[in-house]
Design a protein around this ligand. Structure first.
Ligand code: GUN
Length: 283
């Protein structure tokens, strides 16, 4: 009943490692980390560790919170030109004085292993598979495939319309593809009756960044629940990571559910390495 994302992610990364051992060169991934947001620092550290453990070369480029937009764009251009680097990721959120749109446009589409460049997003929307899919939505489709969770003709409700998860996941699941053919509803801040719409979902995906937002009354009996949330909350003086789903409230009604941690999070990292290897092979 509990979907083991960690295990599938490890299998995918182990397969990549085996492939890379046969290569003459190693795939390279660069992270640009701006400022000192503790969550971003943790994510980048985890991604770097996954690289080190699976045969990838990775570099963290740290920039201060006050870096100018021009200096950041110049750094991106430098990495774009470096033939030893096959993937470039600018960790979000990006400071407010810098245009996230400009940054997403600046990363070379061929190195955009996050899949956030408009070229890659456009390809995804058009059903073209030769770009890069954003890692979290891509990881969720891999979980469905591995768990034999059929999406065809199912009603998927996605809570959240972010460019990182909600929008690209909706686009993937509606495609005329083995991972698609779903009927997709996206609900967000502007939606009336969120709860009753969620209750009609065969598959409910929570990607809003609100701790324990989804409770029993959002979930139809027998539904599949995918929890994308990684919320750092303080409890008894300690920082704890919790999902967007109140696991203990919904677990009795679901057919399958992803835990936090150990569900979607590790799959995001696995798909980042997958995309980087794909970029390396295409270079
Ligand atoms: N911030 C939260 N998720 C992501 C992600 O997948 N990629 C990047 N670059 N930043 C993020």
């Amino acid at each position: 009943m509990i979907i083991d994302g960690k295990r599938l992610a490890n299998n995918i990364m182990q397969d990549l490692k085996t492939q890379i051992e046969k290569e003459k060169a190693k795939p390279g991934l660069a992270f640009i980390l701006i400022g000192e947001d503790p969550a971003s620092e943790t994510y980048v550290r985890m991604k770097k560790k996954a690289c080190e453990n699976h045969g990838f070369v990775s570099h963290i480029i740290k920039l201060t919170e006050k870096v100018s937009e021009n200096d950041l764009l110049a750094k991106i251009e430098e990495v774009n030109k470096d033939s030893s680097i096959h993937g470039l990721l600018v960790q979000q959120p990006i400071p407010k004085h810098i245009s996230t749109t400009k940054v997403m446009h600046a990363v070379a589409p061929s190195k955009d292993v996050d899949g956030f460049h408009p070229m890659n997003m456009g390809k995804l929307l058009l059903g073209e598979d030769d770009g890069f899919f954003p890692c979290t939505p891509f990881g969720i489709t891999k979980l469905f495939d591995h768990e034999k969770i059929e999406t065809a003709s199912k009603h998927v409700v996605i809570i959240g319309r972010s460019n990182i998860v909600g929008k690209p996941l909706a686009a993937l699941l509606m495609q005329k593809k083995s991972y698609g053919n779903a009927t997709v509803t996206v609900v967000h801040r502007g939606t009336k009756n969120i709860k009753s719409i969620c209750k009609t979902a065969d598959i409910l995906v929570a990607a809003i960044g609100k701790p324990h937002f989804v409770t029993k009354d959002f979930v139809k009996d027998g539904a599949v629940v995918i929890d994308v949330g990684i919320n750092r909350v303080k409890s008894d003086g300690k920082v704890k990571v919790v999902g967007d789903v109140d696991f203990s409230s919904v677990e009795a009604s679901v057919s399958k559910i992803t835990p936090v941690p150990g569900g979607v999070g590790p799959m995001t990292i696995a798909m980042l390495l997958y995309n980087t290897y794909k970029s390396f092979k295409c270079s």
